[in-house]
Design a protein around this ligand. Structure first.
Ligand code: PHE
Length: 361
C-alpha cells in the first residue's frame, strides 16, 4: 500500500516546482490522468475489504481533492506571473523625454513669436491673421496709399500676376502686416486690441535685409486712445520681451501714410565686436519698427467713426527683435536651414513660453 501522505507531499512538491503551464499539465497527467498515481490508487479501492475501504476511501478522495485544488491554485499563479511579465515587457513610459540627439528644435523666429503672443495675451490682446497674398487695396489703398502715391515706392513690392477668380482685384505679397489692421477694422467694431505676427515680403536682400521677413503688428482702437498709450505699450512690451529693465528705447519722428503722427523706435545696442550684437549697452541703435496714431482717413476707410474713436498701431520687425534678444548677428542665417545653426540657436520643443513660467529658458 502506497503511503498516501508521502505520495501527496511528492505531488505537491512537483506542482510547486512546475515553472509553466506545460510542466504543470504534465504533473496533472502523472497524478490524475488515466494512468496517474492518484487514479491508480483509486482503482485499488474495489479490491479492498469493506472495512479497509471505509478507512482508505476518505484518505484517497482527500488526496485527489488536495491535488486538484493545488493544481488549480498553481495554474492561477502561473497565469498571473505570465501576465505580469508581459505587462513589464510591453511597458511604455510615456513620461520619457525625447532623445535629445534625435529631436528637432524650435526656430528662434517661432520662439519669438510665441513669446510675443504670451506677452500681449497678458495685456488682453487677441491674435489676428491675414494672408500672405493680399489685396492691393488692403495693403495700400485703404491704408491711405492710393495707386499713384509716391509712398508705394517706399516699399519695393512683389506684385502677383492676375489670377482667374480675382474679379479684377490686384494682389501683392504683403509688404507689411498693416493690411491686417484693415481686415480687423472691417470685421469688428471698437474696442479693438489685436496683434498680428506674420510673414512679409519686399524686393530687398543684403546682410540686414531678407526678401521674406517677419513683422508683428499691433492695433488698438477705442474712445480716447492717445500717444501716451502707444508709448506705454511699446515700452512695456520691450521690457517684457527682452526680460531686463535696463533696455533703452528711442523714438524718432517719422512718416507713414497710415499714421499721424508717426514715430519710429530704435533700441540701444552694441555692435562694436564684429559678428556680435548686444543690447542694453553700446553706442549703436537697432531699428525696431514704425508706429503712430491711426490716420483718421484709415479709420474712415474701414468704416470706423473717426470723430468718436482713435487708435494707435505699430509694426515691428520680428527678425530684428530675435537677433537682438538672442545675439544673432546676421539676418540671413535665419533662413539658411543650417542644421548646426538650428541646433545652436533653436529652442526645446516642449518649453512653451509663458509670463509666469519664464519666456526663454
Ligand atoms: N507698416 C509699417 C512698415 O512697414 C510699420 C508701421 C506699422 C508703421 C503700424 C506705423 C503703424 O514698415
Amino acid at each position: 500500500m502506497t503511503d498516501i501522505a508521502s505520495l501527496q507531499s511528492q505531488i505537491l512538491a512537483d506542482i510547486n516546482a512546475a515553472g509553466d503551464e506545460a510542466a504543470l499539465d504534465a504533473v496533472r497527467v502523472a497524478a490524475l490522468g488515466k494512468k496517474g498515481s492518484v487514479s491508480a490508487l483509486l482503482a485499488t479501492m474495489g479490491k479492498l475489504t469493506p472495512e479497509e475501504r471505509k478507512q482508505q476511501g476518505p484518505l484517497v478522495n482527500g488526496l485527489k481533492d488536495t491535488v486538484t485544488d493545488a493544481i488549480a491554485a498553481r495554474k492561477a499563479q502561473l497565469a498571473d506571473a505570465a501576465l505580469e511579465m508581459r505587462l513589464a515587457s510591453e511597458k511604455v513610459d510615456v513620461t520619457l523625454p525625447p532623445v535629445p540627439e534625435n529631436s528637432g528644435t524650435v526656430h528662434p523666429i517661432s520662439q519669438v513669436l510665441e513669446e510675443i503672443t504670451a506677452i500681449f495675451a497678458d495685456l488682453g490682446f487677441a491674435v489676428a491673421e491675414g494672408p500672405d497674398v493680399e489685396f492691393d487695396d488692403y495693403n495700400f489703398t485703404r491704408l491711405n496709399i492710393p495707386p499713384d502715391h509716391p509712398a508705394r515706392q517706399m516699399q519695393d513690392t512683389f506684385y502677383v500676376a492676375p489670377q482667374q477668380g480675382d474679379q479684377g482685384a490686384a494682389h501683392v505679397l504683403r509688404t507689411h502686416t498693416s493690411p491686417v489692421q484693415v481686415r480687423t477694422m472691417l470685421a469688428q467694431k471698437p474696442p479693438i486690441r489685436v496683434i498680428s505676427p506674420g510673414r512679409t515680403y519686399r524686393v530687398d536682400s543684403d546682410a540686414t535685409h531678407s526678401p521674406m521677413f517677419h513683422q508683428v503688428e499691433a492695433l488698438v482702437v477705442d474712445e480716447g486712445i492717445h500717444l501716451g498709450h502707444l508709448k506705454w505699450t511699446v515700452e512695456e512690451f520691450c521690457r517684457a520681451f527682452f526680460e531686463i529693465d535696463t533696455i533703452e528705447l528711442r523714438a524718432r519722428p517719422s512718416f507713414f501714410p497710415f499714421t499721424e503722427p508717426s514715430l519710429e523706435w530704435d533700441m540701444r545696442c552694441d555692435r562694436s565686436v564684429p559678428g556680435q550684437i548686444k543690447f542694453g549697452t553700446g553706442n549703436d541703435w537697432l531699428e525696431l519698427g514704425g508706429s503712430g496714431m491711426v490716420h483718421r482717413r484709415v479709420l474712415e476707410n474701414c468704416g470706423i467713426d473717426s470723430g468718436r474713436y482713435s487708435g494707435f498701431a505699430f509694426g515691428f520687425g520680428l527678425d530684428r527683435m530675435a537677433m537682438l534678444k538672442y545675439g544673432i548677428p546676421d539676418i540671413r542665417s535665419f533662413f539658411e536651414s543650417d542644421l548646426r545653426w538650428l541646433r545652436h540657436y533653436g529652442f526645446a520643443a516642449l518649453d512653451i513660453p509663458t509670463l509666469d513660467g519664464g519666456l526663454s529658458r
